[in-house]
Design a protein around this ligand. Structure first.
Ligand code: FES
Length: 160
């Protein structure tokens, strides 16, 4: 009968060695799991949001009288005879994204039919108010910047 704890001749594993290896493996797995959960616990739980400032590019992209919708930014850049301004494209009713209808010369909401003129004033529909005017300015590089988080009173034009 072989002695307990001593390796068997011929490289065979004893029952004790098998249990020791199993225990070491289980301890390693537990440590790895604890490390993963510890890392997750210590990592900052931050939600990275895109900047509220949208770069609309050079002003000469926009001919006088143009209404340009930036779907990604959710804004309109309008170059009126008085200067540049920007409107939020988000409907003030329930937040749908409005669209510019060039044929009718209005901003229309596809959800419940609100309509606005090119100055954002409500013409029709359930929207409680017009589309807000957003802050517009020129960057040092000469790009039009629109701050989607800052509204300004209507008729605040940017003259370039
Ligand atoms: S969300 Fe625009 S009319 Fe309702």
């Amino acid at each position: 009968m072989p002695e307990e704890g001593k390796p068997k001749p011929g490289g065979e594993t004893t029952r004790r060695e098998a249990f020791v290896k199993l225990g070491v493996g289980a301890a390693c797995a537990a440590c790895a799991g604890a490390a993963v959960f510890g890392f997750e616990f210590l990592s900052p739980n931050v939600l990275y949001e895109p900047s509220a400032v949208a770069n609309a590019g050079k002003p000469d992209r926009y001919p006088v009288g143009s209404v340009t919708q930036d779907l990604k930014a959710g804004i309109y850049v309008i170059h009126g005879p008085e200067g540049f301004y920007s409107l939020s494209a988000v409907c003030t009713h329930l937040g749908c994204l409005t669209v510019w209808n060039a044929d009718l010369g209005i901003v229309a909401c596809p959800c419940h039919g609100s309509k606005f003129n090119e100055h954002g004033e409500k013409i029709d529909g359930p929207a409680p108010r017009g589309l807000p005017w957003l802050r517009v300015w020129l960057s040092d590089e000469g790009d039009l910047l629109v701050d989607r988080s800052t509204t300004v009173p209507a008729k605040q034009y940017l003259r370039t």
